[in-house]
Design a protein around this ligand. Structure first.
Ligand SMILES: *[C@@H]1O[C@H](CO)[C@@H](O)[C@H](O)[C@H]1NC(C)=O
Ligand SMILES: *[C@@H]1O[C@H](CO)[C@@H](O)[C@H](O)[C@H]1NC(C)=O
Ligand SMILES: *[C@@H]1O[C@H](CO)[C@@H](O)[C@H](O)[C@H]1NC(C)=O
Ligand SMILES: *[C@@H]1O[C@H](CO)[C@@H](O)[C@H](O)[C@H]1NC(C)=O
Ligand SMILES: *[C@@H]1O[C@H](CO)[C@@H](O)[C@H](O)[C@H]1NC(C)=O
Ligand SMILES: *[C@@H]1O[C@H](CO)[C@@H](O)[C@H](O)[C@H]1NC(C)=O
Length: 345
């Protein structure tokens, strides 16, 4: 204010100040108010859905009539409200500014608004675009799904937002950076494999607000596969345990056989315990007749598989390797390792 000589040229001073604010002219750069052509509406106005938008029009004291229009509909003419929309209110009507506010803006309010003025009997207009932004929101997403290995899966993630959000799918069970599986609303997986099971995250992103993120779980069923079945050596009179591990979805159920006889807890001094992927066959007190081959059968609704496991006594020859040759192999191995060690250092 000091620069303008407030007492002498009050309106000019205000105009200069408003112009400075409007065009963000750094103070110090001279602005000649004579250059301005009225009315001056602001640049386009961008607001989020639900917020209030202020439509500001800078005028001068030669202006005799003012109005704000939504397309061709008059919202306000001077202080008179023409719009029946309660969200539209007048904010300022002074010789230098004519502003209205639209409260609780919605997407259909987007569009051109016109500040119309009459100066020296000449009508002039200035247009501003109201741009309404909407944060991304996922509206429809596939539910968790269970499929059999080899089938095809399509996941869907529909999102709204303004600007239109970018939708991506990521496989969360996969290491960082490799997880992006689709840059699209649809995620299609044909011939799905067991390692493609797990959580998939749909993310809808625009630059209005934080992305909206939702997860979908894909369960891939596959038949059992016996991952661990180890032969066990036990002396007579000791406790012996045979174990069998199977991976399967849904989880496998186990059965144990000796030759064609199915074993059961309580019979012949054995106990069968199933815990998750693992089944154990326990002999409380191993006797000579217990030695031999056992079959572990793992079953789920997609199929079954079996493995043969041997319970053997001291001195037994298993798979052509007896304890003595194992010990020798061990010695040989550590010798080789030692040699490597000395060559290297
Ligand atoms: C205002 O928005 C309209 C419509 O979106 C666009 O054509 C125009 O270039 C924008 N003007 C400015 C100054 O951003
Ligand atoms: C502006 O005009 C559009 C189209 O006629 C209408 O849907 C919207 O409600 C109007 N907005 C205001 C604030 O008048
Ligand atoms: C989601 O999209 C699917 C496929 O387009 C459609 O069948 C379903 O009715 C939609 N659900 C909702 C809640 O919009
Ligand atoms: C194991 O069985 C043998 C022969 O049946 C018996 O003599 C021995 O007492 C048993 N040991 C245990 C700990 O039950
Ligand atoms: C037990 O299994 C092994 C190898 O699977 C086989 O060589 C052996 O003959 C079997 N023994 C009996 C008694 O079936
Ligand atoms: C084990 O698997 C083989 C080959 O798949 C099959 O022939 C055999 O009957 C199975 N044994 C049992 C006890 O299920």
């Amino acid at each position: 204010m000091g620069v303008c000589g407030y007492l002498f040229l009050p309106w000019k001073c205000l105009v200069v100040v408003s112009l400075r604010l409007l065009f963000l002219v750094p103070t110090g750069v001279p602005v000649r108010s004579g250059d301005a052509t009225f009315p001056k509406a602001m640049d386009n106005v961008t607001v989020r859905q639900g917020e209030s938008a202020t439509l500001r029009c800078t005028i001068d004291d030669r202006v005799t009539r003012v109005a704000w229009l939504n397309r061709s509909t008059i919202l306000y003419a001077g202080n008179d409200k023409w719009s029946i929309d309660p969200r539209v209110i007048i904010l300022v009507n002074t010789p230098t500014q004519y502003s209205i506010m639209i409260q609780n803006v919605d997407v259909y309010d987007e569009g051109p608004y016109t500040c119309s003025v009459q100066t020296d009997n000449h009508p002039k207009t200035s247009r501003v675009h109201l741009i309404v932004q909407v944060p991304p929101q996922i509206m429809n997403i596939s539910s968790d799904i269970t499929v059999n290995e080899g089938s095809s899966v399509t996941l869907l993630c529909l999102a709204i937002g303004r600007p239109e959000p970018t939708v991506t799918w990521r496989h969360l069970s996969v290491k960082e950076g490799q997880g992006f599986v689709s840059e699209d609303e649809y995620l299609e997986i044909s011939d799905i494999k067991r390692d493609q099971s797990g959580e998939y995250e749909c993310s809808a992103l625009n630059d209005v607000a934080a992305p909206d993120v939702r997860k979908v779980k894909i369960t891939v069923n596959y038949p059992p596969y016996i991952s661990k079945a180890k032969n066990t050596g036990v002396s007579v009179g000791q406790k012996g345990i045979l174990s069998c591990e199977a991976s399967a979805v849904p989880m496998a159920e186990f059965q144990w056989f000796k030759e064609d006889t199915r074993l059961a807890t309580g019979l012949d001094g054995v106990r069968i315990e199933n815990k998750g992927r693992m089944s154990t066959l326990t002999f409380f007190n191993v006797s000579e007749k217990d030695y031999g081959n056992y079959t572990c059968v793992a079953t789920n609704k997609l199929g079954n598989t079996n493995a043969s496991i041997t319970l053997y006594g001291p001195g037994a020859v298993i798979d052509g390797v007896n304890s003595a040759s194992r010990a020798l192999a061990c010695l040989w191995l550590s010798g080789t390792l030692l040699a490597h060690f000395f060559i290297k250092f």
